[in-house]
Write a protein that binds this ligand. Structure first.
Ligand code: C6P
Length: 404
């Protein structure tokens, strides 16, 4: 039994008002709110444990290290990686993508080699490749998209040639909600002996992720989009790949020994974790995963699918509404426009009615160009949202549309 009211009690912020109206928070694709159990675990560590990890022989440092490494094991279990050596803590999805772009291109690619991305990528899966293209002369190829917001898989298969070195695509689009057929994408790439990086920023909080079943070579996600703190994310990489890649940054923590002549790097995953990690945030992330596990990721998926379906249905009541992203497989995101009302005007007026949605290009300008628009209004759902909130949202929309 999914008790959304009980779940909401874990999120005091959901009780607050904005402009004298009850808050309806529908900007979860940008970041989710944090449950008390996450906040308490982080406060508890700062109050009673705080010490730098992996360094001290003293009691607190060992306890902090246990929490930090315990968090790594929690993450491993959450995505079903083979080993904690395959779990690299980063600042978020963006850093994980930049890490792979920098290290992979450095070691595995020559000028003229190609990376495949897709039309619906977030800027964080476009710009890092462009930076590498400018440095090393690699080329970026783009999988086209059908009008319903699904990838053109035939065109994808045609993009491979002897210069293709890597595929990097999102699991779920942050604008369209499209769930990409990652297993199929991986299968085709592997047939061509090409590894695959999956941007899981918008999937990990919403659906069961099993990196072994997916057989992807890299997978990235952010803690703050899944009820954890800001400043921490994860790069999963198959050991055989991480072993072959050079470190992304240098510093403390990532070395075995240093002389002025030579440095020997630490084993995995520490080779990629230079400097003091945000060990309080990793504790928070582990607690967020425990929280998701307690509710059950499949129950969360069911609940959010219901919300998505309901929101789609109710949006039809609004004249001239255009929904972007009509894939059959779609996660908890609805992007839309109404008539010629500007997305920013719509978002600003909804805000005055207590409703938090995101407006604009959602860091996916090439996708906007493909759609022929400058931006959308986006409602994105989380495990604590309710149908009653969608009702408030739709009524508010009707009011706003009426004003125009
Ligand atoms: N999308 C959104 O409102 P970071 O900022 O590193 O946690 O995540 C970046 C990122 C990467 N890939 C996808 C698919 C994403 O959706 C995001 C973040 C937010 O849609 C903020 S722009």
């Amino acid at each position: 039994m999914y008790d959304v009211e009980e779940i909401r009690k874990q999120f005091p912020i959901l009780q607050r008002e904005v402009y004298g109206k009850p808050l309806v928070y529908l900007d979860n694709g940008a970041t989710t709110q944090k449950p008390l159990c996450v906040l308490n675990a982080m406060q508890e560590e700062y109050l009673n444990v705080n010490a730098n990890v992996h360094r001290g022989v003293h009691y607190l440092s060992q306890q902090a290290t246990e929490l930090h490494e315990g968090a790594r094991e929690t993450v491993r279990r959450f995505i079903n990686a083979r080993s904690t050596s395959e779990i690299v803590f980063t600042r978020g999805t963006t850093e994980a993508l930049n890490l792979v772009a920098a290290s992979f291109v450095d070691e595995m690619m020559q000028p003229g080699d190609e990376v495949i991305i897709s039309t619906m990528e977030h800027h964080s899966n476009i710009v890092p490749w462009q930076l590498q293209a400018a440095k090393k002369g690699i080329a970026v190829r783009v999988i086209p998209m059908h009008d319903d917001g699904t990838l053109d898989m035939e065109a994808y298969a045609q993009l491979f040639n002897e210069r293709t070195r890597l595929v990097s695509v999102c699991h779920v689009s942050n604008v369209l909600g499209t769930v990409n057929p990652v297993e199929e994408l991986v299968r085709i790439a592997h047939e061509n002996d090409v590894p695959v990086m999956i941007d899981g920023a918008q999937s990990a909080p919403h659906r069961y992720v099993d990196v072994q079943q997916m057989d992807c070579d890299f997978f990235a996600f952010s803690g703050h989009k899944m009820y954890g703190p800001t400043g921490v994310g994860v790069l999963y990489g198959k050991e055989e790949w991480l072993d072959r890649l050079p470190p992304y940054q240098g510093g403390g923590e990532m070395i075995e020994s240093v002389t002025f002549e030579k440095t020997v790097f630490q084993s995995l995953p520490f080779k990629f974790e230079a400097g003091t990690p945000d060990y309080i945030a990793t504790t928070g992330l582990a607690k967020a995963i425990d929280f998701l596990d307690e509710i059950g990721i499949n129950c969360i998926y069911e609940h959010e699918s219901e919300l998505l379906k309901y929101c789609h249905e109710r949006l039809q009541e609004i004249e001239d509404v255009r929904i972007f992203g009509q894939a059959k497989e779609k996660d908890a995101v609805v992007s839309f426009l109404v008539g010629d009302i500007h997305h920013l005007d719509m978002g600003t007026l909804l805000d005055r009615l207590g409703i938090a949605v995101r407006t604009g290009h959602h860091c996916a300008q090439p996708l906007m160009e493909r759609l022929g628009i400058s931006g959308t209004v986006r409602a994105s759902f989380a495990l604590y949202n309710t149908k009653a909130e969608i009702d408030v949202f739709i009524e508010a929309m009707k009011r706003v549309v009426g004003m125009f």
